[in-house]
Design a protein around this ligand. Sequence first.
Ligand code: ADP
Length: 502
Amino acid sequence: MQPVTPVPECLGDGFAALVDAAPMLVAAADRYGRIVLFNAACEALTGLQRNDVVGESFVETLVPEDWHEVVRERFAGDSPAALSKAHVNPWRSADGEARSIEWHCFLFESPDLPNCPWIVGIGHDITTLEQTRAQVAAHEQLIDALFEHIPEGITIADAPDVSIRRVSRFGETIAGRTRQTLEGIPADKHPDTWALFHTDGVTPATPEELPLTRATQEGEVVTDEEWIIRRPDGSDVTILCNAGPLRDDAGKITGGLIAWRDITRRKHLEDELRAANLEKDQFLAAVAHELRQPVAASIAALAMLRLRDSTAADQTERAVGVLERQLRQMTRLVEDLLDTSHVARDAVPLSKERLNLCDLARESMEGFREAMDAHGHQCSLSVPPEPVFVHADRMRLQQVFNNLLGNAAKYTPDGGTIQLLVFADTGGVRISVRDNGLGIPEHAQQRIFDLFGRADTSVQGFGIGLAVVRRLVEAHGGSVSVRSDGPGQGSEFLVTLPAASV
Ligand code: ADP
């Protein structure tokens, strides 16, 4: 083994100056793996002096320990062609941190140099570049995650033709279309590809008026605009859009971004709220109208009472009759009003006791006997011979019977048949009220249990009774349902209550 000549002295002054002036790292190891070339850039990076390292082991002096094996193997095994390919391995730097160096190496041989061949490496520090690359990759991963998990539609387009670069996963779901269909299309194809309409659901959108086009081409910031997407299955989705331009460092528009969310359900709820509010207004107007007549009649009756002539007794009799009827009518209206507040309230106070439902059914039927007879209805009551016990509030259950029997009488033309049945089975205790009256169309069978929900507005009523029934039955842990084969086919209301424990 020849001794190591101080390098780059052995290469001559001119070459040494050239190597030292190079901004990149230039280093070499001889065939025994000893440092033979170490330029000024290497000194600056490592903080080591050339004279101290020349002749020392290249790997042990310069490479962090966990990389020793890799670098040794590369030096020992790689062919000249493989060596010359760029590879990265770290070096210990002056501050103790490992720096990533990208190396290009070659084998060098000369009769003037000792211990050839040398492996000469030219490297540059890519630590900052790698950090930047890692940051970019992390940003890309973040954007991927946002496009995958944010429960909104997000679309990015490129300027100037607004061609769609990317659509979020929820965007696909809301639009009912795949990214493959949507990505890459330019502005003039957006209205058709997405099937975009104005909020009337009829007027098709034009490319220029769409928020993403305006953001990308005009730099406009669009806030809370509503549009409709017609999905391939024909259903309409109302979307709320916010869009804005994307710009480079110089402020030039490079693209646009739109975020959009499905507000179809919110729109339906708003419509329902509006309708409910309207119904409430109509209800109040109807109550006012209905109250006017009994009040006027009562005032007239009082006027009659004031007249004191020979027929006073007769007139008093008539006036008291009028007052009684009209006051009864007013009482009913006031009770309806009170019932609405019951339905709206969260908790219904119950005063429960052990009750025989058969007795309650008998009493209720008896209470309706006169009214049923007046309309020529055939009424029947069917209860089992043994008592059927429930744990319930007597007054509230009475109200349930009254509302159901009252409806049966009201919605059955004179001379109808009305049956009240009480029975118990494995599902609980049942009350069935059947009539052969007007019946209820299928589409209204759910709605009639809502406050102010009515199937037939031609018959006088406010749509309160069944909402009260449902509220009270549910407060007792039960349920109520209706069965009707449609208009003219009669109805059956079935109440189920939990049986009282023995
Ligand atoms: P109201 O009778 O005052 O309108 P309800 O809440 O008791 O209020 O009933 C709601 C609606 O259900 C009624 O308007 C009517 O259209 C329908 N309905 C209730 N009971 C019957 C029945 N036995 N037969 C036919 N329709 C009924």
